[in-house]
Design a protein around this ligand. Sequence first.
Ligand code: DQA
Length: 158
Amino acid sequence: MKIAVIQGPNLNMLGVREQHIYGAMTLEQVHNNLDAAAKQNGVELEFFQSNLEGEIVDRIQECLGTVDAIMINPAAYSHTSIAIKDALSAVNMPVVEVHISNIYRREEFRQKSITASSSAGIISGFGTFGYHLGLISLIQIVNEVKAINEARAKEENK
Ligand code: DQA
């Protein structure tokens, strides 16, 4: 199983930016920990971070046919980007949106995620541990979809 991990703007500043909100770990540390957890579950992760909306759209489109699922923290673009929302819907695969902070207890402009409606679910407010929750969720979803498809194929071959 392959999962793309896509990180939006300013997440390259983790460990430096607003530590009281986003914690002390750098993005590299978060990714290393996540990669170790993924490997234990036989999952391969592909990491990507960009501060540019179009690059994130391109990366999402590249997921088609190359990975089984997407974990994305669109960061500030969550609140503004119809383009990222549309790209996530276009690739039509399991998506989990992760936010390090609880966006519902922050400023009003953060309390709406435009991109979230293109995901199976969102995880928000558990710090960087949210990426681990996202990983577990996606493994479960991908396995469920696989089991349903296998059962359907078996039924059709009867
Ligand atoms: C964030 C929340 C966003 O509102 C913010 O713009 C971010 C990070 C989070 O992970 O909590 O950059 O997505």
